[in-house]
Design a protein around this ligand. Structure first.
Ligand SMILES: Cc1ncc(COP(=O)(O)O)c(C=O)c1O
Length: 400
C-alpha cells in the first residue's frame, strides 16, 4: 500500500515543521489549490515570499528562458544575470554594492562577517566585535542569526551561539546608549518586526540608532527580509524613514519563490572585503538572478507600489470594522498587517482552512496578514467575510 503524502513526509522528512492538514498541489495568482481540488485564498504569500502571487507569467517565463539558456555556473565566471540584478538593486536603493546569498539567514550571516571585517580593518583584531539586536527580533536560524533571535525556545538547545551579541529593548530610545558602545561593530534591526508580531520601529528609535552608530563607529544594518521588496508600499521600508542604513538584508520576495538572499551595502563597507573573504557555490546563479531582476523591476513600478498603499489602507480599514471584542489592535504598514487578539490565534488559523483562507500568525496572539501584493478589494472582502464567520463561531468564553 502506498503512503499518503503526509505519511511519507512524516516518515522521511525531518520533523521540524508543524504543517496544515492538506497537501498543496498548484497555485493561480492569489490562490493555492490542494490535491482534493479545494481552493484557498492566500493571505500569507508563503511567509512574505510570493509578492506577485503564484505562477506569474513573467516570472515563470524568466526562469524557463534562463534555465534553457544557461543554468548553474558558480562564481568562478561572470554571467550577465548576476550583473544585471546587482545593478537593479543598487540603482533602486542607497547601495553601491551587493553580495548575493541563498536565503535570508545567509544574508544576515554575511552582514555579520562584513561588519566584523570593517571593525577589524579600522580598529584592529578583537577591538570591536559586539553586535546589538533587539527584543522581539527574528533574524534567522543559523548560529549567528540565531544569536540575534532572542526566543528561548529557538536558542536553548543550541548554545553556545555566536558570542558578543547583546539584546536591547526594542523601541526604547533611552536604553540604546547602555548597549551600543565603543565595543559595538554593528546594530541589526528590522524596521518593522515580522515574526515578533508586526511591530514597527518608531522613527525616533531608528534615528537614535543611526546617531549612536555614527558616534561609536558601528554599522547600522536594516533587516528588510520580511518588510522590504514593496511590502510596505515603498520598495524598501527604510525609504519611509529619514534613516539610511550602512547595510540592508533582503531575501523572501526578492526571489518570487526561488531561494535567494542579498546584502546591500555602501562602498565604505564593500571596500574592506576582498577575494576569498566570503562566498557560496550557488549564490548569484543565472536563473535566480533573472527571476529576481524581473521581480525587482515589477515591484519597483510606481503603479504597483501605489496599489500596495491603497490595498493596505483598505485592509486596515476593513479589519478595524471587524466587530469583535477579541480584537485588541490592528497595526502595520502597507500590506504587512498584524491583528492582535486577546486570545491565542491558533483556533482561527485552523478554522481559516475550512473557510478557504490561508492565514498565519506572528507570535501567539497576532494574526499576520501578508497577501500577495496583487491583492484586490474582492479578496479583502472575502477575508473579512471569512474572519467575521470565524469570530462568530468561536466557542463562548474564548479569551486569553
Ligand atoms: C526579518 C527576517 N530576517 C531573517 C529571516 C530568515 O530568513 P530565511 O528563512 O530565508 O533564512 C526571516 C524569516 O522569516 C525574517 O523574517
Amino acid at each position: 500500500m502506498s503512503l499518503s503524502v503526509a505519511e511519507k513526509t512524516k516518515q522521511y522528512v525531518l520533523g521540524t515543521y508543524a504543517r496544515a492538514p492538506f497537501v498543496l498541489d498548484r497555485g493561480e495568482g492569489m490562490y493555492v489549490v490542494d490535491d482534493a481540488g479545494n481552493r484557498y485564498l492566500d493571505f500569507a504569500s508563503g511567509i512574505s515570499v510570493n509578492a506577485l502571487g503564484q505562477c506569474d507569467a513573467g516570472i515563470t517565463a524568466a526562469a524557463h528562458e534562463q534555465f534553457q539558456r544557461l543554468g548553474h555556473v558558480s562564481n568562478l565566471y561572470y554571467s550577465a544575470p548576476q550583473a544585471d540584478l546587482a545593478e537593479a538593486l543598487c540603482q533602486s536603493s542607497f547601495a553601491d554594492k551587493v553580495y548575493l546569498a541563498n536565503s535570508g539567514t545567509e544574508a544576515v550571516e554575511a552582514a555579520i562577517k562584513f561588519a566584523r571585517k570593517v571593525a577589524y580593518t579600522r580598529y584592529g583584531p578583537g577591538q570591536k566585535t559586539g553586535i546589538v539586536a533587539f527584543t522581539g527580533a527574528f533574524h534567522g536560524r543559523t548560529m549567528g542569526s540565531l544569536a540575534m533571535t532572542p526566543r528561548e525556545k529557538y536558542q536553548k538547545a543550541f548554545r553556545p551561539l555566536l558570542p558578543d551579541v547583546q539584546i536591547a529593548p526594542f523601541n526604547d530610545v533611552d536604553a540604546i546608549a547602555e548597549f551600543v558602545t565603543d565595543a559595538t561593530c554593528a546594530v541589526f534591526v528590522e524596521p518593522i518586526q515580522g515574526e515578533g508580531g508586526i511591530n514597527p520601529a518608531s522613527p525616533e528609535f531608528l534615528q537614535a540608532l543611526r546617531d549612536v552608530c555614527d558616534r561609536v563607529g558601528a554599522l547600522l544594518v536594516f533587516d528588510e527580509i520580511q518588510c522590504g521588496m514593496g511590502r510596505t508600499g515603498t520598495l524598501w521600508a527604510y525609504e519611509q524613514t529619514r534613516v539610511v542604513p550602512d547595510m540592508l538584508t533582503t531575501a523572501k520576495a526578492l526571489g518570487s519563490g526561488l531561494p535567494i538572499g542579498a546584502v546591500l551595502m555602501t562602498d565604505a563597507v564593500a571596500g574592506v572585503m576582498g577575494v576569498g573573504d566570503h562566498g557560496s557555490t550557488f549564490a548569484g546563479g543565472p536563473v535566480i538572478c533573472r527571476v529576481a531582476e524581473a521581480t525587482v523591476k515589477r515591484i519597483s513600478d510606481p503603479a504597483m507600489l501605489a496599489h500596495v498603499k491603497e490595498m493596505g489602507a483598505l485592509l486596515v480599514e476593513r479589519l478595524n470594522e471587524l466587530n469583535s471584542p477579541h480584537v485588541v489592535e490592528v497595526r502595520g504598514r502597507g500590506l504587512m498587517v498584524g491583528v492582535e487578539f486577546d486570545m491565542d490565534v491558533t483556533p482561527l488559523i485552523q478554522a481559516s482552512y475550512q473557510h478557504g483562507l490561508i492565514l498565519i500568525n506572528a507570535g501567539p496572539q497576532v494574526l499576520r496578514l501578508l497577501p500577495p501584493l496583487i491583492v484586490e478589494p474582492e479578496h479583502i472582502d472575502a477575508l473579512i467575510d471569512g474572519l467575521t464567520s470565524m469570530l462568530a463561531e468561536l466557542p463562548e468564553g474564548t479569551a486569553a
